[in-house]
Design a protein. Structure first.
Length: 614
């Protein structure tokens, strides 16, 4: 069974074989494997199970415990995000307990090998208890709960490549130092980044894979993030690296590893899909009406990748998806925030060194107390947590950081009149998006700002009217709640644009204009209105663009506020990088929201600024 390693553990002990493979991969031509014809739908299975063929000799078994998109959720997530089909779930203290339970279950059933594998986004977009310390708390609890392997995800790059390397190898933060007073030794597990390479030399920025041996059978774990990462993180922190095609990279390493005698591979990838099978609830271990980018990735994979641990979409599933041979690979995801763990069991042939079979089941990380009638106990609308399911060694770490951050997190900063949700209108406008855009406009009014835009992906949670565990009264909002909504500490910047450039910015919300690959509807401040046609050709979708009822003049100049993520061209909005005269406001985007809520109570946004027509 995998055990937590000492704080002094270093990645160097994993380096020799990957270094040799990297050198060989650099010489290989880029070529995608042929893709097999497959269906876009799969039958729900609980658990998913794949058979890879007849065994040739004695076998051994192993357990892989997978999860993804932890996002520093040391505390159980609140609201619907902390429920799996009504079951309260998540939180590091409980996740660790369930990992231990599952490891013991495997050991009691004769499975001697167990590794815990994470498919990215363990850090970034995290609650204040972790983010206030540059996500060192998240890494400390993952170390302590025995994570063995992780791929990078897009959020591992939120603070840039240099900060990711500090997270891997340790050391005090270059600006804030060692805030908790006891140093930081980095992740005890290797972060794998096979498809993230230095522009200067073409080599991966971190290890591309690691090897595990199960009773003498080598299994390679190849890790990567989605190729589209540059479009969803701040460009400033990744300017010196490339993000390569997932299939090409995976298959290059499969080729080299086969030369080294490794015939069983696990792809740990921060990209995924989702199942959809109305009516709810969805089966956590199902694969109903499945679709998403991971399907095409798997279709191109070398069949040696018998297991794919995926993430990014925050959805749960266990699937059998066709690889390049037309046979199936096992593909899993455990949702988000540590609310689920995927229990994967594999059988390996000792003679051929190949997978014989694999199965997977998603297990809910239950953390609640049940009433006598079988319902979940709540107090003031918040689930009552089960103290018997708390891992004391994780609680000790968590309590240290909770105590340190509590005076900041629990400070009342403002009030609201009702829930302010992220539920979008038909046009893609949300009540909370309206409020945040208004907040940023108000924050920069003194600089002459007239318009504000907010990226929807930067809004991570709703604001709820009911009291939260912080103890404030209904309607009151704490700083910690604001930070959960906007956890990125982006700067607030104001730039000059012509009216014609503003129209181009709005046209770039849609696929096919200015290199945009994903539709993203910007949230806009009060006074700006426009209509878009869903059926119009790219570049001609926007009409009736006006500010305070007056049509936007293409030749006039307007002052526009955004966060610096957008101003640097994030989310594919390269036209927002064309502004001039950039002025940076003091503080961060969360400070703008805090200031706005302090003028409250603030009502939900009206959702009437953007109109969609056919």
């Amino acid at each position: 069974m995998a055990q937590p390693r000492a704080r002094g553990w270093r990645i160097a002990q994993h380096l020799a074989v990957p270094a040799l493979a990297v050198a060989v991969v650099a010489l290989l031509p880029l070529a995608k494997a042929g893709t097999a014809e497959g269906t876009d739908r799969w039958t729900p299975l609980t658990p998913a199970k794949v058979s890879f063929g007849q065994k040739a000799g004695p076998t051994t078994t192993a357990q892989l415990l997978g999860f993804n998109d932890f996002h520093g959720n040391i505390d159980p997530p609140t609201g619907s995000g902390g429920l799996i089909n009504g079951t309260p779930a998540g939180g590091a203290e409980y996740l660790s307990t369930w990992l231990t339970k599952l490891r013991n279950d495997a050991a009691n059933n004769g499975v001697r090998n167990s590794d815990t594998v994470v498919a990215g986004d363990s850090i970034g977009a995290t609650p204040l208890v972790s983010a206030a310390f540059h996500d060192e708390p998240a890494i400390e609890v993952l170390n302590r709960m025995g994570v063995d392997i992780s791929s990078v995800g897009n959020h591992e790059f939120d603070e840039g490549v240099d900060e990711l390397k500090r997270i891997q190898f340790g050391g005090c933060h270059p600006v804030d130092g060692c805030q908790d007073g006891d140093g930081f030794s980095g992740a005890n597990f290797p972060y794998l980044a096979a498809n993230v390479t230095n522009k200067s030399n073409g080599l991966p920025i971190l290890l591309p894979f690691t090897l595990r041996f199960y009773d003498g059978v080598p299994v390679a774990y190849v890790g990567m993030t989605l190729e589209a990462t540059p479009g969803i993180v701040n460009p400033a922190g990744i300017k010196n690296v490339n993000f390569k095609d997932e299939v090409e990279t995976a298959n290059q390493y499969a080729t080299v590893l086969s030369w080294l005698g490794v015939r069983s591979l696990v792809l740990v990838i921060h990209e995924g899909g989702m199942q959809s099978s109305p009516p709810a609830p969805l089966d956590p271990s199902g694969c109903a009406n499945f679709a998403g980018p991971i399907t095409d990735i798997v279709k191109g994979l070398n069949p040696a990748y018998g297991v794919v641990v995926s993430g990014h979409t925050h959805r749960f599933y266990t699937c059998q998806l066709p690889n390049s041979s037309g046979a199936d690979s096992l593909v899993t995801s455990a949702g988000t925030a540590g609310t689920l763990v995927t229990d994967i069991r594999v059988t390996l042939d000792k003679k051929s060194r190949k997978f014989v079979d694999a199965s997977a089941t998603n297990v809910i990380v239950e953390n609640g107390v049940k009433n006598a009638d079988g319902t979940w106990k709540t107090e003031n609308g918040v689930p009552v947590r089960n103290p018997d399911l708390v891992d004391p060694k994780i609680k000790k770490i968590a309590d240290k950081y909770r105590t340190a951050v509590a005076p900041i997190a629990n400070r009342i900063v403002g009030s609201i009149t009702a829930d302010i949700t992220t539920t979008a209108t038909a046009a893609g406008e949300t009540p909370l998006g309206d409020v945040i855009a208004d907040a940023q406009l108000a924050y920069t009014k003194s600089a002459g700002a007239q318009i504000a835009f907010m990226n929807p992906g930067g809004i991570r949670a709703p604001l709820t009217y009911a009291n939260s565990p912080g103890g404030e009264a209904p309607g009151q909002v704490t700083y910690g709640e604001c930070f959960t909504v906007q956890p990125f500490n982006n700067l607030v910047v104001t730039q000059s644009f012509t009216g014609a450039q503003i129209k181009d910015v709005l046209e770039q919300q849609f696929v096919g204009f200015g290199g945009q690959t994903t539709q993203r509807i910007l949230q806009v401040s009060g006074g700006l209105t426009y209509t878009y046609s869903a059926s119009a050709v790219p570049g001609s979708k926007i009409s009736n663009l006006a500010l305070n009822g007056t049509p936007i003049n293409p030749a006039a100049t307007y002052l526009v506020t955004t966060n610096d993520f957008l101003a640097n061209g994030g989310d594919g909005f390269t036209n927002l990088a064309k502004g001039t005269g950039r002025v940076t406001a003091p503080g961060f985007d969360v400070d703008a929201l805090v200031a706005h809520l302090g003028t409250g109570p603030i009502a939900p946004g009206p959702g009437n600024r953007i109109t969609r027509v056919a």
